[in-house]
Write a protein that binds this ligand. Structure first.
Ligand code: MG
Length: 408
């Protein structure tokens, strides 16, 4: 049977007036929520989300955990629409729970937002969850490097959160519990201030989960403490409740401070201080909405322009030995290649000399009709030129014969 030992800590940080983070460590269910919204709404959101999660986690299954998160979202949306004080509140939520999967123990993980679950296994730290934030999306698209994303000024803009919309997409995973593995759930106040190598080093160095949590918070405050910081550490331990990798002294402290699954701890957030007016993330909802709308508009407009220039324009060019009309841009636009619209009867060899280079490069025309007119013009010029040549030739012939005559 899988057993856990755990520790947790939360801190307001050095800049914020209130702590809008909440955490939950109870009955094999561990979670962190990072709330946002004005007039204490952020605190309400993160509390309410974790209370709902706990109430909804009625059976040990990952699907139950996902539904509990969906229920929490509905409850938040209801509260924020019925209570004007709470309008626009939202929260992230990451949770891990002991579940049963195919007849064996598993760790079910759910995530919405940009709080994170890390796994330290064999000394290596890996992020299990995927951030639902604008910078994470841009990073996945290859538009930002990890280093750029870590310091991006808009890294607090979320693409998913609880309490914003009636439906929410919940990411979920199942991980096999391995004795000696250490899990860290944390809010962005930690990883925005402390780089992952230092987080990993701290998790490796301090076996006591409470002590490790406190040290991580100290490091985050040392790094600036610009946001609330919350850490929950969960160790997978053997049946005796001990982490076999810890030294004997730490094992004792683990079993005392970490507790075990049968000892529930209450849902809590440390700070009850009044919230500062105008906290940075209070206008989250409309800003996110406007930014995403503007972002999508620019992308769609760009695609529409490329498609339009690639397919809705015409040019006169060369097709084999003939002058022809093409659909598109000479040389194509990105992935859109020009296509042959129609051939003309004009041979490229008969194009008036002054227009040869133009036609070879493609002469753009606003419509099919104007492209046809352009070719008709070339045909006319060609006719005139050949008439002139014929006239000149006959004139030349008579002149030379006259001259010849004179010379003679
Ligand atoms: Mg935060």
């Amino acid at each position: 049977m899988t057993r856990f030992a755990w520790g947790a800590a939360s801190d307001t940080g050095r800049v914020r007036q209130a702590n809008e983070d909440s955490f939950l460590t109870v009955d094999g269910l561990f979670a962190v929520a990072d709330g946002m919204g004005g007039h204490q709404a952020g605190e309400v959101a993160s509390h309410l989300a974790l209370e709902s999660l706990q109430a909804g986690f009625t059976a040990a299954g990952t699907d139950v955990l996902v539904r509990a998160v969906e229920d929490a979202n509905r409850i938040l949306v209801e509260r924020s629409t019925t209570d004007p004080e709470l309008a626009g509140m939202g929260t992230t939520l990451v949770a891990m729970a002991l579940v049963e999967s195919a007849g064996r123990d598993a760790i079910g993980v759910v995530n919405v937002g940009d709080s994170r679950l890390y796994l330290l296994s064999d000394g290596n730290l890996a992020q299990i969850t995927e951030d639902h934030s604008l910078v994470a999306t841009m990073e996945r698209q290859g538009r930002l490097s990890a280093a750029e994303a870590a310091v991006h000024p808009q890294r607090n803009i979320l693409t998913r959160a609880l309490g914003i919309d009636g439906t929410v997409l919940v990411d979920s995973w199942e991980v096999l519990p391995v004795i000696g593995d250490r899990y860290l759930i944390c809010s962005d106040g930690l990883f925005n201030e402390v780089d992952e190598s230092r987080i990993a080093a701290t998790l490796r160095r301090l076996a006591d989960p409470n002590e490790a949590c406190r040290e991580l918070i100290r490091l985050a405050n040392e790094g600036g403490g610009r946001d609330n910081i919350t850490c929950v550490i969960v160790d997978v331990v053997d049946d005796s409740g001990r982490d076999p990798k810890a030294d004997p002294a730490n094992r004792v402290r683990n079993s005392h401070t970490g507790g075990d699954l049968t000892v529930p701890e209450s849902l809590e957030a440390e700070s009850k201080a009044p919230r500062a007016p105008g906290a940075i993330r209070s206008s989250f909802t409309w800003r996110v909405g406007v930014f995403i709308a503007a972002f999508l508009f620019v992308i769609l407009a760009g695609f529409a322009f490329i498609w339009w220039t690639g397919t809705k324009t015409w040019y006169v060019g060369v097709d084999g030995d003939k002058v022809a009309i093409f659909h598109g841009k000479p040389g194509g636009v990105l992935w859109i290649e020009p296509t042959l619209a129609e051939d003309s009867d004009l041979l490229f060899a008969n194009v008036p000399r002054l227009a040869v280079a133009d036609v070879q490069n493609g002469v753009e025309q606003p419509s099919l009709d104007s492209a046809r007119s352009y070719i008709e013009n070339l045909v006319e010029q060609n006719l005139k030129a050949s008439t002139t040549t014929t006239l000149a030739a006959s004139l030349g012939a008579s002149t030379s014969s006259t001259t010849t005559t004179i010379v003679r």
